[in-house]
Design a protein around this ligand. Structure first.
Ligand code: NDP
Length: 241
């Protein structure tokens, strides 16, 4: 049976690549973003299987309503992808609280609200997958990335606990840790770190490291999307690009 995906941040980068990969596989995608017009082309190409949903993941009330609405109209959510993201590169002491809060809202509190909203439904069905888009920065940090990494460490810690809590009811939690990819998040080579020497690789029951580029040589989000799909279907999948 084809899957129903709810993908946040579907309007660009990894979210869009995952959306395109799911559509190519015949699945149904509800692509959530603030700029839904960026998804007009995909909706026009797949009118029965692609829906653009305007959602700001930092609006917790809107998140609850969105999940109820999607389940009511599509009958289920098989895969939730918490992918929406933003970045901030700056020295620790120059990172203002407002920026820290904005990052935590998008990378931690928004995903937490989405997980809380979908879990009762997935528990009832005793199946489902939750993909948490973290980063190599969720396992190690680099100068200039204290705020960004802080949010991804938090997301990973919460997600590991979540994986333990729901594995016995058939719900899979996959933490994805991409290296540097040339999406709009790090365009212009702002990701000037080289986390991708191949030294760092970790694959486990809940974790998929997706090696990208080094900030100048871009990783391909479409290839990453294919590997994430493969990881969802496998217990232990060595992921390298
Ligand atoms: P993009 O900037 O291309 O995409 C970010 C997406 O998030 C956009 O679709 C944007 O859509 C959406 N978004 C941002 N804020 C919100 C919000 N408040 N509510 C809903 N949607 C929002 O970046 P990437 O594809 O690179 O990033 C996707 C994920 O991958 C992020 O979590 C990022 O941390 C992670 N990642 C990226 C890496 C890279 O090298 N690019 C490396 C490691 C991890 P809109 O503006 O329309 O709302």
């Amino acid at each position: 049976m084809n899957k129903v995906w709810l993908i946040t941040g579907a309007s660009s980068g990894f979210g869009r690549a995952l959306t395109e990969a799911a559509l190519a596989a015949g699945d149904v995608v509800v692509g959530a973003a603030r700029r839904t017009d960026a998804l007009d082309g995909l909706v026009a190409a797949h009118p029965d299987r692609m829906e653009a949903f305007r959602l700001d993941v930092t609006d917790v009330l809107a998140v609850d309503a969105a999940v109820r609405d999607v389940v009511a109209r599509h009958g289920r959510i098989d895969v939730l992808v918490n992918n929406a993201g933003r970045t901030h590169v700056g020295a620790f002491e120059e990172t203002a609280d407002d920026e820290l809060r904005a990052l935590f809202d998008v990378h931690v509190l928004g995903p937490a609200a989405l997980v809380r909203a979908v879990l009762p439904h997935m528990r009832e069905r005793r199946s489902g997958a939750i993909v948490q888009m973290s980063s190599v920065g969720g396992q190690m940090s680099f100068a200039g990335f204290s705020a960004y990494s802080g949010t991804k460490f938090a997301l990973e810690g919460m997600s590991e606990a979540l994986a333990d809590e729901v594995s016995d009811v058939g719900i899979k939690v996959l933490i994805v840790e991409p290296g540097a990819f040339r999406t709009s998040l790090f365009e212009g080579g702002r990701a000037g770190f080289s986390a991708d020497s191949g030294v760092y690789e970790k694959v486990s029951r809940t974790r998929a490291y997706v090696s990208g580029g080094d900030g100048t040589q871009a990783g391909d989000p479409a290839k990453a999307a294919a590997l994430i799909r493969a990881a969802l279907d496998a217990e232990r999948t060595p992921l390298r690009l």
